[in-house]
Structures are given as structure tokens and as C-alpha cells.
Design a protein around this ligand. Structure first.
Ligand SMILES: NC(=O)c1ccc[n+]([C@@H]2O[C@H](COP(=O)([O-])OP(=O)(O)OC[C@H]3O[C@@H](n4cnc5c(N)ncnc54)[C@H](OP(=O)(O)O)[C@@H]3O)[C@@H](O)[C@H]2O)c1
Length: 315
């Protein structure tokens, strides 16, 4: 039997790392493409995982990197554009790169392709460039349907250890006794990373998944205010959360763009204007917040206790 190799773009990130561990159990070889191999040390310790430093925006380098793969998975995504490099623009990271990956698949005769999109991705809709370019990338898949057997995934916000959602809010709440929350009534349906990985893995050899787009939501919808309050309660942070009206949310987005790490931006504000919840009738993923989140932001967690001790020492 020939060696089965899967290659992942974006395999170094939050979703990608988890997915790589799971793929390593079922594929002979897992190849993770990254722009900076130095940052992907943990994955290198898995025996059948190879980390390749590649400029994935370079068509020839990408063609070479994908050679010999049976499956390609593209998880590349950004919530904010980088300051300088054109390769860190929304269009480049989402739609242009997808185009290059699909071309490289065709050149190498690879037909199976999994693509990570997002709920509300829409090439023709709204004004969020994140959602627009995610939608443009989806359009590239539809255009390639004759030669590529694709499956796409459209999650709401994804949670799990090392996520950028609950961990970030916990950090901000710890720093701010009064917490001004933009777009507090936006709705989200957080979905557990383990469930996302299950759906992706199960789709790989499922003929019924070819050409399918899976919306991925957890068991319940929440407002952003409820989720931030849940974060504060779970991490036992006594910050007071104040929901901002629309004009102040817009202003906060403008100001936060100048804060290092851009914790919030105008494009984030725009994407929150559409609720990130699944269409009626979508099968919900099973894992609840309570089953997981207290383990990594709760005070029972080692790092949570450490934070508390540090806070007490500062008093
Ligand atoms: N996390 C969520 O809540 C959520 C919700 C909905 C959809 N999604 C989608 O799920 C995917 C994975 O999300 P994540 O949370 O795992 O993101 P992440 O932790 O930020 O990882 C993003 C990955 O994309 C790569 N990347 C970033 N910018 C790039 C660029 N300009 N060119 C090439 N590669 C680039 C990074 O690789 P290197 O730096 O190693 O090269 C990294 O591995 C994304 O497409 C995201 O839009 C995530």
C-alpha cells in the first residue's frame, strides 16, 4: 500500500496544532507548512510529523511542498491585516492563497482538499473584509469543483485550551476592573475544537462530504455579553462589564487598532454586525462550554491559581 500523506497549511495555529495531533494518528505522514518553523517546536516531536518552512505564497515553493500528498488541508486565516507585508492582507491570506493552493493541487494531481472558512463568509456581502475575502476563497472552491473534491468548514468562534477567545477575554478582564465591551448583543455559538477536529477528520474519507459545506456551532447560542460574563464568573474575576452603544463600539474599534496586538479592530466590529450562529436545522456539535472552559480559565486550573496568587501579591 502506498504511503498516505496529508499536508496542512496553517497547521501551526490553534486549530492546526490540535488537528495535526489527530491526523498523525491516522496518516503515515503529516506535513505542516509554516513561514517560521522555529515557532512550531512541539509538533516536531511527533514521529510522523514533518514541519517544513515554506513561503506558501510562492507558487513554485508551494507546488514542490505539496508533491506526494494525498490530501491537502488549508487552515490559513487572519482576523487582522499585517502592517506591512502584502502577503498579510485579507485578500492575499484568504482568497489569493486559496487560488494558489488549488492550482498546486491540480499541478500535483491531488484531488482531496479540506478548506477552513467561517460562518457568514460572503464574497458579495457586508463590509467586513475578513468575511468578504473568506467568501471569495469559498468561491474559488466552487469554481474548481470539476477537478478538486473539496469539503469546507464554516465554524462560529472555536474554543479550547490555547484559544484566542476565552483566554484573551480572561486576560483583558484581569487587567480592567471596569470592562467596556463593544457590540455586546452580537450572538455567537462557540464550538469546541475537539468537535471541529472530529468533523474534519471524519469527512476525509467520506464520499458524502465531497462538495459539502459544514456549519459548525456548539450546543447553544450566546450574546457576547453573556460569554464575557461567563469568562469573568469562571475565572472568578470581579470586573464590571459595561456594554457599549454602537457609536462607542465603533470608536473603541478605531482606538484599539493602535494598541499592540490589535485586540479589536474596525473589521472585527464589522464582522460582529452579523450574528455568528448556524442556520436553522444545522446539527449542533455536542461539547458545552462547561465541559471544557473551566479547565483552562477556571481557578481550578494551575495557571488560574498562579494568576490569583500574583494578583494577591501585588495588593
Ligand atoms: N479560532 C476561531 O475561533 C475560528 C473561528 C472561525 C474560523 N476560523 C478559521 O480557522 C482557521 C484557523 O484558525 P486559528 O484560530 O487556528 O488561527 P491561528 O491560530 O491564528 O493560526 C493561523 C495559521 O495561519 C497561518 N497564517 C497566518 N497568516 C498567514 C499568511 N499571511 N500567510 C500564510 N499563512 C498564514 C499561520 O501559519 P504560520 O505563521 O506558521 O506560517 C497559522 O498557522 C482560520 O482560517 C480561521 O479564519 C477560526
Amino acid at each position: 500500500m502506498s504511503t498516505r500523506r496529508v499536508t496542512i497549511l496553517g497547521g501551526s495555529g490553534f486549530v492546526g496544532s490540535q488537528l495535526t495531533y489527530r491526523l498523525a494518528e491516522i496518516f503515515d505522514e503529516v506535513v505542516v507548512l509554516t513561514r517560521r518553523a522555529q515557532r512550531v517546536r512541539a509538533l516536531k516531536t511527533i514521529i510522523n510529523v514533518q514541519v517544513l518552512e515554506v513561503n506558501v505564497h510562492d507558487a513554485q515553493a508551494l507546488n514542490d511542498a505539496l508533491a506526494g500528498s494525498s490530501v491537502v488541508i488549508n487552515l490559513v486565516g487572519i482576523l487582522n491585516e499585517g502592517a506591512n507585508a502584502s502577503e498579510s492582507s485579507f485578500a492575499s491570506a484568504h482568497s489569493d492563497l486559496t487560488d494558489k493552493v488549488l492550482t498546486a493541487c491540480k499541478v500535483n494531481g491531488i484531488t482531496r482538499y479540506l478548506h477552513m472558512s467561517a460562518l457568514n463568509a460572503n464574497a458579495d456581502g457586508g463590509s467586513s473584509q475578513y468575511l468578504k475575502t473568506k467568501g471569495m476563497a469559498e468561491q474559488k472552491l466552487h469554481d474548481a469543483h470539476a477537478s478538486i473534491q473539496w469539503t469546507m468548514f464554516r465554524p462560529s468562534v472555536i474554543f479550547g485550551k490555547h484559544d484566542a477567545f476565552f483566554n484573551r477575554f480572561a486576560g483583558l478582564l484581569r487587567a480592567l476592573p471596569i470592562f467596556p465591551l463593544a457590540v455586546p448583543d452580537a450572538k455567537l455559538a462557540p464550538v469546541y475544537i475537539g468537535d471541529v477536529c472530529d468533523v474534519m477528520i471524519n469527512s476525509i474519507d467520506d464520499p458524502g462530504a465531497i462538495g459539502a459545506a459544514y456549519e459548525l456551532c456548539g450546543p447553544e447560542d450566546f450574546t457576547l455579553r453573556e460569554l464575557v460574563q461567563y469568562t469573568a464568573d469562571t475565572a472568578e474575576i470581579s470586573s464590571r462589564i459595561i456594554g457599549l452603544p454602537d457609536w462607542a463600539s465603533k470608536l473603541q474599534a478605531r482606538v484599539m487598532e493602535f494598541v499592540p496586538g490589535k485586540p479589536f479592530s474596525r473589521d472585527n466590529y464589522l464582522s460582529l454586525q452579523t450574528d455568528s450562529v448556524c442556520s436553522e436545522g444545522t446539527v449542533r456539535q455536542p461539547t458545552s462550554l462547561d465541559a471544557v472552559v473551566p479547565q483552562y480559565i477556571g481557578t481550578a486550573d494551575w495557571s488560574g491559581r498562579l494568576q490569583k496568587r500574583r494578583a494577591a501579591a501585588r495588593r
